[in-house]
Design a binder for this molecule. Sequence first.
Ligand code: MN
Length: 296
Amino acid sequence: MADATLIVEPKRSEIAPGVAVLRALPTRARRLVGAWCFLDHFGPVEGAAMRAFDVGVHPHIGLQTATWLFDGALLHRDSLGSAQPIRAGELNLMTAGSGIAHSEHLGADARCLHGLQFWIALPEAARAIAPRFEHHAGLPQWREGGVSMRLFIGEYAGRQSPARTHSPLLGLELHASAAAALELPLDPGFEHALYLASGHARCDGVEVSAQRLLVLREAAPVARLEFAAGSCAVLIGGAPFAEAPLMWWNFVARDRDEIAAAREDWMARRRFGDVPEGGARIDAPPFDLRLRAGGR
Ligand code: MN
């Protein structure tokens, strides 16, 4: 990795006419930050445009999905029988392991929707574990230098998220309602990136516009941050992921055979189970052998 910080401009992807999500990971410039292998920023949207985020039943393997809302509400359903509403400041963490199916629905009283969807690649030792779903509402929350912090994954400043992960990771939300400056101590053994969802920031002297991912310098012991009023960011980090994940559709695997088998099982209604009241099943796209590895 280079010494300099890297600013990643997310790829814009239209999921319905006039409704786009921003994909900050993976991109050509950067595929992984620790085990964080996927980051979509959706919204803010309101009214009829929110319907694009009502997602039918689809499968996952080899990853954890982490849903983090800034505003609005969703209802998660999965093949374990979970039916879990989620609101801003809460974490839904779904561990696919050997295979799970799920769906996302709009919260009954949601008037707008704004949030992030992350995937975390599971390391070899955890790739085939049984699927699991966790919801965490009472996450560690504190203020520092005028910034409201919420720890949703990992350990930071003597605090600990209850979320169960399988490699050393950090997920920390920072919200500055007024202009603020602070120094954040970092684990020099981690890779880190700051995704600025809204507002404006300066990190170690580098200007960061809204909807950009800033990959921090390797082994930096501290990040010096300045936020404009109304800024909201997420700091992600993790130990460098030693394996090379292969990502195709909703699957994180290591080779093509594994992905082909998962696709076949999904289409044959094996392995993943049914999602009660999940709505329509989403078919897998045709298997494309021009697969690209998710790893660097
Ligand atoms: Mn999903």
